[in-house]
Design a protein around this ligand. Structure first.
Ligand code: MIC
Ligand code: SF4
Length: 639
């Protein structure tokens, strides 16, 4: 039987386990990346593991999320990460060098290799045929130390593309279309391979837009073949030697095949507050727009920016609209400046922001009260923009510019003739904002620079065989890690200070939760399906750990969050009978009985009052040992 692209890479990197869907497999990891919002914690964990030098082929520490440095906290974190990178053998991408995924694609990604990153959009590198996955910081720390990365062997989905995108329709619309088809849960447990004749019409940055947003499907990752188009891109980046061709076997078997005809797609938008709430620009036209943001790791490539500049050239944005443009990397910004496109953007009335995540993670540029904001980003969860009642729509750069020009949601096809852009033959190579590590010899004497906001890893507890705890919070379906541990300019500077962060845990759903959990000392949370979707932030597990959460019982879990819970020593459990969700109420006292035996059997009894419910889990022996030890850190250190 032939193999899919992902199966080929998995086979080559398999450390243990069988490549059978649903089985746990361990993979050798070639490259890792971190960003600063998850990086500080990941490096504290790496330090705690106690390995003096990274053992990967390449590890990069990016600074792109907390670049405001509005107080000493972020600056201290950045200085800490830089000192750690120098000492432990990582490259350090300075603030201003760009968004981790964009820079990694341009400068470091290699087809056929494995990459894990402490950021859920790491699959962006699937655009050049890497097997790239988002992971919790602790998993990345272990991989940096040469340890394997454990996942459940995914199903294989294939999306066959035919046809060619019509004028004003773009890769973002392909992402939104697949979200319409599959929903935010539709990719859970699967790797999505993109193929078919249609992919020959898509450049690497367009492919990367698609693999980037595969994260919103809940997929383990998304991947394109590595072909002539990949080769051209790598050559244009001066990295032709990184190229290897990679395709699936003709007789590869897929669990699901989806066909999309590119020629039939229209400009689409994801409406508030979920990336799969899709409508067409035609349907939504006429809605008044207050703000438009262009950028993020989804749509900030040179190609996207040149298109934006060409559409804005010689025009003025509507007086009532505020427009921001954040190029994805220093390479993009500098090339825009050199060719004059930056002036076209500025002359239109746009604000050019730093090459960073910026508004995407609520780092400034929050919309006005109840404001309508169109964003070329990948997430429109409630409150993520920093304005609780904002209405955020996810759009392509084309819809973004068309709407900024008119002040209303506008179908770009009504703008007239399509503007073709020409891509330069080669990119401008300047890696001067990437600081190289010290040699092993020099590294020995180098200090690690810490600041007062960097607090220790929370205390972990060995698992108890019987757990009695309060049901301190009951939430519904599709709870995101942005609900569990919000981000934004006010809170993000405290990513290395779990006690401070804990005050904001679940604040979007219930501001009194944190206090209640602290008072209860031991808590259990009950959730609906797809609990923990979205960001990879392990803080959404570490903060509950700090607050005394012992287990989360849900109808189903998102992959990275479930792994983060186990890594933190918190049990993710699912209802054997999803209707039992209805029977449990906030403030109930719950008892989990015979936990150790139950974990082995895959079935645990929950008592609430005089009623009993059946919960299920399918932990591997390794996961049971991690949970018993009180989390991955204690397990790795053999405590
Ligand atoms: C996000 O887009 O939500 C983030 C911020 O990049 C996160 C990481 C984080 O919370 O630090 C992600 O996607 O994993
Ligand atoms: Fe940054 Fe937004 Fe991409 Fe997350 S989704 S890495 S916040 S640009």
């Amino acid at each position: 039987m032939g193999l899919t692209i992902a199966q080929k890479i998995i086979k080559e990197h398999l450390v243990s386990g069988e490549m059978k869907v649903g089985e746990e497999i361990a993979l050798r990891i070639d490259q890792t990346l971190t960003q600063d919002a998850t990086g500080t914690m990941a490096y504290l964990e790496f330090e705690a593991i106690g390995i003096p030098r990274v053992r990967t082929k390449l590890s990069v520490a990016y600074i792109d999320h907390n670049t405001l440095q509005s107080g000493f906290e972020n600056a201290d974190d950045h200085r800490y990460i830089q000192s750690v990178a120098k000492k432990f053998g990582l490259r350090f991408s300075r603030p201003g060098n760009g968004i981790c995924h964009q820079v990694h694609l341009e400068r470091f990604g290699v087809p056929g290799m494995t990459l894990i990153g402490s950021d859920s959009h790491t699959p962006t590198a699937g655009g050049i045929g890497m097997l790239a996955m988002g992971a919790g910081g602790l998993d990345v720390a272990v991989a940096m130390g040469g340890g394997a990365y454990y996942i459940t062997m995914p199903k294989m989905f294939k999306v066959n593309l035919t046809g060619k995108l019509r004028p004003w329709v773009s890769a973002k619309d392909v992402s939104l279309e697949i979200l319409r088809i599959l929903s935010v849960k539709g990719g859970v447990g699967a790797i999505i391979e993109w193929g078919g004749e249609g992919i020959k019409t898509l450049s690497v940055p367009e492919r990367a837009t698609i693999t980037n947003m595969g994260t919103e499907l809940g997929a383990t990752t998304s991947i394109f073949p590595s072909d002539e188009i990949t080769k051209e891109f790598l050559e244009a980046q001066g990295r032709g030697d990184a190229y290897t061709p990679l395709e699936s076997d003709p007789d590869a078997v897929y669990d699901r095949i989806i066909d999309i005809n590119l020629s039939e797609l229209k400009p689409l938008l994801a409406c508030p507050h979920s990336p799969d709430n899709i409508k067409s620009a035609e349907e939504l036209k006429g809605i008044k727009v207050d703000q438009v943001c262009i950028g993020s790791c989804t749509n900030s490539s040179l190609r996207d920016m040149l298109k934006v500049a060409a559409m804005l050239k010689g025009k003025k944005i509507d007086d009532s609209v505020s427009l921001s443009v954040s190029p994805g990397s220093k390479q993009v910004l500098s090339m825009l400046a050199d060719c004059g496109a930056l002036s076209d953007i500025l002359a239109s009335g746009a604000r050019v922001l730093e090459c960073a995540c910026g508004p995407c993670i609520g780092m400034g540029f929050s919309p006005n009260s109840a404001g309508v904001s169109l964003r070329t980003f990948n997430r429109n969860f409630e409150g993520r923009s920093g304005t609780k009642d904002a209405q955020v729509y996810l759009v392509s750069p084309e819809v973004a510019v068309a709407s900024a020009l008119t002040g209303y949601i506008t179908d770009p096809r009504t703008l007239g003739d399509y503007i073709e852009i020409e891509m330069p033959e080669s990119f401008k190579i300047d890696d001067s904002a990437v600081v190289l590590p010290a040699s092993e010899e020099e590294a020995k004497d180098l200090p690690i620079l810490r600041g007062p906001n960097i607090k220790p890893f929370p205390t972990t507890y060995k698992l108890e065989n019987e757990i009695t705890a309060n049901l301190t919070l009951k939430v519904g379906d599709n709870i995101t890690t942005d609900h569990i541990m919000p981000a934004g300019a006010k809170i993000l500077p405290y990513r290395s200070n779990i006690p401070f962060l804990s005050k904001f845990c679940f604040a979007v759903c219930d501001e009194s939760f944190a206090q209640r959990a602290l008072e209860a000392k031991k808590s259990i949370i009950v959730g609906g399906s797809n609990y923990g979707q979205g960001s990879s932030r392990e803080h959404a597990a570490l903060v509950p750990l700090y607050l005394g959460v012992k287990a989360v019982i849900a109808k189903s879990f998102a992959r990275i969050h479930s792994a983060n819970l186990i890594n933190a020593g918190i049990m993710p459990l699912t209802f054997a009978n999803p209707e039992d969700y209805e029977a449990l109420n906030q403030d109930d006292t719950l008892t989990l009985e015979n936990v150790f035996e139950g974990m082995e059997k895959g079935e645990i009894t929950l008592k609430a009052g005089n009623k009993e419910y059946k919960l299920v889990c399918s932990y591997t022996q390794r996961q049971i040992d991690i949970l018993k030890a009180g989390g991955l850190l204690a397990y790795t250190k053999g405590e």
